[in-house]
Design a protein around this ligand. Structure first.
Ligand code: F6R
Length: 606
């Protein structure tokens, strides 16, 4: 979950590393550090601290130094508390190292190789540095291979050796590393956002290989010393799209980008008004040969899956499960060759989802994944990939990744419905036409964001809050509630409205605001009864409502009116409105919206 960077080239390395670490900070922001090779005397100098990259920048600013080779790290603590000592890089003997991942057998290694006296921190990572130093006799590749053979767990290691010239070494298992060679030098990082400033070409470092970064070359070898040609990929993200573009927070920028992100995601996949995955290489047989569907994902991505589940049930009448990836393998899932597994992930690196995909494939299932980051681990593990075109998502709270995932699900449902004979061509085209309205409808929600800001101000001081809805509204609120709790720290629970009276209604008081979502015409009157139940118990209620349903409640309730779409599609405008609610509450409370406490963007530990 940590951010890693390495660079050797012609630029001032500290600037390169600090800028990149700022872009990677969403992967972890407990502490930050860098190590650079001093050009004057060849010494490797480590600077690190608990806190943010800005704190590290301040430390570096007070020191003059010429260097063009170095490594850096932002930490999301796993082993050992948040303090300067536990920050990376770790230096033991001739080895200076940064690590992302978890070493499960670090205590055994300390005992087996009598490393205890060499350790200054409580981290598993420093143990790797000590072990590497133990094996190092002047040949970096040999020492890395010996070290890796002793490690159990996941790791991306980036290393400098004191007696080697300005070369950076790296190897990995599971935890990602991407690298590039460009005019300014050679560079690697735990994800591409850090490379985008320099180039749009990159390659994924394969597992159990050794990468050397030289100023004018990258050398990749397998563990048998065979040279391997890196497989370069191109990212279509704009070089500057990882910046904030004048917004105070990435989350706001990313919310605002959604109409374009959706248009880009669906645009190339509609031909003659029909959903078309031929450019993605996804055959119709994938959709016609399966007997059931299983969606695997975590967090927000899983919430996208829940919306898809409701659509598949109501339109395709198929058996579909949505599984939390972290529970999947331990729940004896019903998976076989007749199951179409759909994995959903923004980063493509969430380890629970990755492991679940591997498990499903071992059981014979075909796996289609919906991913935002090209070439990521889950994408490479899947049989087929549908990439979302959200561009880099930097804010920890996912927004545009979620709605672009939804848009892909709408296309999948339409394609499946047509290929399985549920929809006629005309019905499919009409469904797709409604989806194509989404960017404009979302723009309307965004134009009216001030109204949502007004509502947000009313819940700033709430400690607990309920979100209630039925059917698809409940699915939307699970995501709306997650968004609110993670960025505003208000305890928010999404509840199926009808279920409220079976227990949780005991918690409703005048101090418990309730957000209701009312976008499903057929559930309107039942939903209204549930809203009245909480109102009569003193709760302040605000309703996010489909515009054409709102007239009946005028004057009775505070409402945020959502532009009309067909009921199945109301998830899209409603989600944007709920994201804005969470955003405004968090920013009005003065929080660092993009970096909520304890969280990291990419979850690469189980
Ligand atoms: C919440 C959030 C997380 C992620 C989850 C899965 O805003 O971002 O819940 O959705 O960690 O991440 P990905 O989609 O990268 O697999």
């Amino acid at each position: 979950m940590c951010g890693i960077i390495g660079y050797t080239g012609s630029e001032d390395v500290r600037e390169v590393l600090l800028d990149a670490l700022e872009l990677l900070e969403y992967r972890g922001y407990d502490s930050a550090g860098l190590a650079v090779k001093d050009a004057e005397n060849g010494e490797i100098k480590v600077r690190k601290c608990a806190g943010r990259v800005s704190d590290l920048r301040a430390i570096c600013a007070s020191e003059k130094l010429v260097s063009t080779c170095g490594i850096g790290h932002t930490r999301w603590a796993t082993h050992g508390g948040v303090n300067d000592r536990n920050a990376h890089p770790h230096q033991v003997g001739k080895v200076t190292l940064v690590h992302n991942g978890i070493i499960e057998n670090y205590q055994e290694l300390i005992a087996d190789y009598e490393l205890a006296d060499e350790l200054a921190s409580e981290t598993d990572s420093e143990v790797v540095a000590a072990l590497l130093n133990h094996f190092y006799e002047g040949n970096p590749a040999e020492a890395l291979k010996k070290t890796v053979s002793k490690l159990r767990g996941t790791f991306a290691l980036v290393v400098m050796f004191a007696d080697q010239p300005e070369i950076i070494y790296s190897t990995r298992n599971v935890s990602p590393i991407v690298a590039t060679l460009c005019d300014e030098g050679a560079m690697l990082a735990s994800d591409l956002t850090a490379l985008c400033r320099f180039t749009n070409r990159y390659f994924v470092v394969p597992e159990y290989h050794i990468l050397e970064l030289h100023k004018d070359a990258v050398i990749l070898k397998d563990f048998e010393e065979n040279t391997v040609e890196p497989e370069f990929l191109t990212v279509d993200w704009e070089l500057n799209s990882a910046g904030k573009a004048g917004y105070p927070f990435y989350m706001e920028k990313e919310i605002m980008e959604q109409p374009d992100a959706i248009a880009n995601t669906i645009g190339n996949r509609i031909k003659g008004g029909m959903p078309d995955f031929s450019k993605d290489g996804v055959p119709d047989t994938l959709f016609t040969s399966c007997e059931r569907i299983c969606i695997i994902a975590c967090g927000t991505a899983m919430h996208a899956g829940l919306v898809a589940q409701a659509l598949v049930k109501s339109i395709l009448h198929m058996h579909i499960d949505v599984e939390m990836a972290s529970e999947f393998m331990y729940s004896d899932p019903v998976i076989d060759e007749k199951t179409l597994v759909i994995a959903v992930s923004q980063s493509g690196e969430t380890i629970d989802t990755l492991e679940a995909v591997k498990y499903a494939k071992r059981r014979g299932a075909k796996c289609l994944s919906i991913i935002n980051v090209k070439g990521s681990s889950i994408a490479r593990e899947s049989d087929y990939v549908l990439y979302t075109s959200a561009g880099p998502e930097i804010a920890v709270a996912s927004t545009k990744a979620y709605t672009t995932q939804l848009s892909v699900f709408y296309l999948i449902v339409a394609r499946m419905a047509h290929s399985r004979g549920v929809f006629t061509q005309e019905e499919t085209q009409s469904f797709v036409r409604e989806l194509q309205r989404t960017p404009d409808v979302m723009r309307k929600v965004l134009e009216n964001r001030r109204d949502i800001h007004v509502v947000a101000k009313k819940i700033l001081s709430a400690k607990d809050l309920f979100m209630i809805g039925r059917g698809l509204d409940y699915s939307i609120l699970l995501e709306g509630s997650l968004k609110l709790k993670e960025v505003s720290y208000i305890h928010s629970e999404a509840y199926a409205s009808g279920e409220l009276k079976h227990g949780p209604i005991a918690l409703i008081t005048q101090d418990t605001p309730v957000v209701a979502s009312v976008t499903q015409e057929k559930l309107f009157s039942k939903e209204l009864s549930n809203i009245r139940e909480v109102k009569s118990r003193g709760a302040d209620v605000v309703i996010f409502i489909k515009e054409n349903l709102s007239a009946k409640l005028e004057g009775e309730y505070e409402m945020i009116k959502l532009p009309d779409m067909q009921d199945e599609f109301m998830v899209l405008p409603a989600s944007v409105a709920l994201q804005l609610l969470a955003y405004y509450v968090s920013s009005d409370k003065g929080f660092d919206v993009d970096k909520p406490r304890n969280l990291a963007k990419v979850v690469t530990v189980e």
